[in-house]
Design a protein. Structure first.
Length: 619
C-alpha cells in the first residue's frame, strides 16, 4: 500500500511541488519516498513495503523499453501467475514485485490487462511516446485517486490534502455535494467538498494529454450483481473460492494479522486463515460488561488457537476525535464507525503492516436486514413497475395483531412494502438529513443552496436503474455505498496508521466464479447471509450463526451526552457556518436534553464534523 501524486505543469518547480505533495502522504508509505520529472510531468510515490522489500521495487518504475513509467498503490495477489504469462509473451523482469507485473501487463494489453488482476489498485502510467498520463482505479474503488484541472495545470493524488497543498485558490464549497453528505454522511459520484477536485470513478481509466490537457475516460471493468431464480449455488464451491481468496491475501514478505469481531464474516476469514499457520487476531469493544461479540471472538479464537488481542475504546475527547476525522479524511465524513476503525488499526500497526478483514460480505452475500424487505417485495410481486394496489389489508391486520413476535414483524414489513415508490425508496435509504428534515430544519438560504429535494430524486432514479428487480437494485445500490462509504473509511483510517487492510470477499474473480446467485439461496424472510452461515455450520462454528447482526458502531449517543460531548454540541450551536444553513430553533430542539441528543445523534454528528471541517479551513 502506498501513496501516489503527480503534476502536469509548465510553470512551477516540479521537484519542489512533488516533495511537498509526497510529504503530506508519508503516512501512506513511510518506507520510501521517491519522485521523477519528465519534462512537464512530475510523478511522486511513497512506499509501504510489503512484497519485494528491496530498493529495486521502489517507484516510479520504468519498463525495460523506457516507454512506460508507473506509480502504483495497491496489491496484485495473482502477480506470480500473471508474471509467468507475460514471460511467455516475451517480457523480462528485473524485480519480484507486483508493480513490475502490472507495468509490463499494461505495456502489452493496455487497461484491459486490469481485468485479469486479483487485487486492488490506483495507479498512474506515463507513456513517453504518446506523451499521455493514464490514471486507473480498480473496479471496487478500494484505493482512491483525486484529481484537479487547475487552470493550465493538472494535479492528482491519493488524498485531498496533497492536491490542496499545491492549489493556491480558496476551497470552492460544493453545496450540491453537501446535500448528499447531509443525507448519508459521505460524498458520491466523483464529488468532493471542493468543487475544483474530483474522484476518479472505480473501474475507469482517464487519459490526459501532457501538452493540451485534453482528456477522456473509459470504463475497463464494472461490477454488477445479477440474480437468478434457479438452483442454489454450490456451498462447497463458495467455500473453496473463499479459501482461495484468503490464501492469496496471505501472500506477503511481512507478518499478517486478522480482524476478529466475533461476527460471521471475520470469523470465516480468521478460520480459513488459521488453517496452515498460527495467526494473531484483534477485537475492539467499548468497555461494556456484557459484550456478546467479545465473547464470540474469544470462542472463535480458542477454536482456531489464535493469539487473540482484546482492546476497549473508552469515552473519547470529542475535540480530539473531530480533529482526527478532519486530519484523516480532509473533508467531512460522518461514518462514526471510523473512530473504532482508526483505533484498532493503530493497535495492529504496532506489530504488522497487513491486516485481513471481512469487509464486503454483507454486500455480496445479503447480510443487511433490509434485504429481507426486498425479498418480500419480490414474493408479493410488487415492483416499481406495478402501480396497482394489492388488497392484503385483512392479512396484514391479522399479522399486526398476532401474539407471535415474528408474525407481527412480518406484518410491519408488508405494510412497509405497500408504500408508493417514492416513499419506499426514501425510507429504505434512510439517513440523516433527508428532504423532509432539511426542509423543516434549514434556513431558506441553506435549503436552496443544498438543492432542495434534488438529491433524493436523483438517488431514487439511480436506484431504479440499478437492476431488473427490487433485490438486484438493492444489492447493486449497496455496492455503491461500499465504494463511497465503507472502503473510504477503511482506506483512510488504515493508511493513517501505515497499515494495509485486505478484503477476501472483495475479490473480483471470486464474484465472477460465483455468478447469478439464486435469491432464495442467499436470504430468507427471517434469515440473512444463508450461504455463509451454512459454511460456518459445516466447520463447527454454528454458534456464530445464532447471534443477531450488529454493525461496527460505537455508542455515539452515550458519548455525545457526556461532558465532552455536550461541550462540543455547545460549540456547534455557535458555529456561524452551521447557523447559516440551519435554524437556531432546530439546533436548540435537537440538543435541549439527553433524550433529544440521543434521538438525533447521527444528524448532530454529521453537523459536528461539517462544522469542524469548516473551522479548520476558513478560520
Amino acid at each position: 500500500m502506498c501513496g501516489i501524486a503527480g503534476i502536469i505543469s509548465n510553470k512551477r518547480n516540479l521537484e519542489a511541488s512533488l516533495h511537498s505533495m509526497s510529504s503530506t502522504l508519508k503516512h501512506r508509505g513511510p518506507d520510501n519516498q521517491s519522485f521523477k520529472v519528465f519534462d512537464n510531468l512530475g510523478m511522486a510515490h511513497t512506499r509501504l513495503s510489503i512484497i519485494d522489500l528491496s530498493n529495486d521495487a521502489n517507484q516510479p518504475m520504468t519498463d525495460n523499453n523506457g516507454r512506460f513509467t508507473i506509480i502504483f498503490n495497491g496489491e496484485i495477489y495473482n502477480y506470480k501467475e500473471l508474471k509467468n504469462d507475460l514471460i511467455k509473451e516475451g517480457c523480462f523482469f528485473n524485480t519480484s514485485s507486483d508493480t513490475e507485473v502490472i507495468l509490463n501487463g499494461y505495456s502489452i494489453h493496455g487497461s484491459q490487462f486490469f481485468r485479469k488482476v486479483r487485487g486492488f489498485f490506483a495507479l498512474a502510467i506515463y507513456d513517453s511516446r504518446k506523451r499521455t498520463l493514464t490514471l486507473s482505479r480498480d473496479v471496487y474503488g478500494k484505493k482512491p485517486i483525486y484529481y484537479s484541472f487547475a487552470g493550465s495545470e493538472f494535479l492528482f493524488a491519493s488524498e485531498l490534502k496533497a492536491i490542496r497543498s499545491e492549489i493556491d485558490a480558496t476551497i470552492k464549497i460544493n453545496y450540491d455535494a453537501i446535500s448528499h453528505y447531509l443525507w448519508k454522511g459521505y460524498f458520491v459520484d466523483g464529488d468532493t467538498i471542493d468543487s475544483s477536485i474530483q474522484v476518479l470513478h472505480p473501474g475507469v481509466s482517464m487519459e490526459v494529454n501532457l501538452d493540451s490537457l485534453e482528456h477522456h475516460t473509459h470504463s475497463f471493468d464494472q461490477i454488477e450483481i445479477n440474480l437468478s431464480h434457479g438452483k442454489s449455488r454450490d456451498i462447497k464451491q463458495i467455500e473453496s473460492e473463499l479459501e482461495k481468496s484468503i490464501n492469496y491475501r496471505m501472500i506477503a514478505d511481512v507478518p499478517i494479522s486478522f480482524m476478529l469481531s466475533g461476527g460471521i464474516d471475520s470469523s470465516l476469514v480468521s478460520y480459513f486463515g488459521s488453517k496452515d499457520t498460527h495467526i494473531d487476531t484483534y477485537y475492539i469493544g467499548y468497555g461494556e460488561k456484557e459484550d456478546q461479540f467479545r465473547d464470540l471472538s474469544i470462542y472463535v479464537s480458542e477454536r482456531i488457537r489464535s493469539n487473540h488481542h482484546i482492546h476497549d475504546l473508552m469515552l473519547p475527547d470529542f475535540a480530539k476525535i473531530l480533529d482526527m476525522m478532519i486530519d484523516i479524511f480532509d473533508e467531512p465524513f460522518a461514518d462514526y464507525s471510523a473512530i473504532p476503525s482508526f483505533e484498532i488499526y493503530k493497535i495492529i500497526s504496532k506489530k504488522t503492516k497487513v491486516a485481513i478483514s471481512g469487509d464486503g460480505a454483507d454486500e455480496i452475500f445479503c447480510g443487511y436486514k433490509d434485504s429481507r424487505l426486498f425479498l418480500l417485495r419480490e414474493y408479493l410481486n410488487f415492483t416499481f413497475k406495478d402501480k396497482g394496489q394489492i388488497n392484503y389489508l385483512d392479512s396484514i391486520y391479522g399479522l399486526l395483531n398476532s401474539r407471535n413476535k415474528s408474525m407481527r414483524y412480518l406484518g410491519y414489513m408488508i405494510s412497509y412494502l405497500m408504500l408508493n415508490e417514492g416513499h419506499f425508496s426514501a425510507t429504505t435509504f434512510r439517513g440523516g438529513w433527508n428532504h423532509n428534515t432539511r426542509k423543516i430544519s434549514m434556513t431558506t438560504e441553506g435549503y436552496q443552496l443544498t438543492g432542495k429535494d434534488n438529491i433524493e430524486k436523483k438517488e431514487i432514479l439511480n436506484f431504479i436503474n440499478s437492476g431488473n428487480s427490487p433485490m438486484e437494485r438493492y444489492l447493486n445500490y449497496e455496492l455503491k455505498k461500499l465504494t463511497y462509504d465503507f472502503l473510504v473509511k477503511v482506506d483512510r483510517t488504515s493508511m493513517a496508521n501505515s497499515l494495509e487492510v485486505r478484503s477476501p470477499f472483495l475479490d473480483r474473480k471470486m464474484l465472477e466464479m460465483l455468478p447469478n446467485p439464486s435469491i432464495r439461496s442467499m436470504v430468507g424472510i427471517f434469515e440473512t447471509k444463508k450461504e455463509l452461515k451454512k459454511i460456518l455450520r459445516s466447520n463447527g462454528l454454528d454458534k456464530i450463526t445464532r447471534v443477531k447482526k450488529e454493525g461496527f458502531t460505537p455508542p455515539l449517543g452515550k458519548w455525545m451526552t457526556s461532558d465532552s460531548g455536550f461541550g462540543a454540541l455547545k460549540k456547534l450551536q455557535k458555529n456561524d457556518f452551521i447557523r447559516s444553513l440551519f435554524k437556531d430553533e432546530s439546533l436548540s430542539n435537537m440538543t435541549r436534553d439527553r433524550a433529544s441528543v440521543v434521538n438525533n445523534q447521527a444528524r448532530l454528528w454529521n453537523l459536528m464534523v461539517l462544522s469542524r471541517w469548516y473551522d479548520r479551513n476558513f478560520e
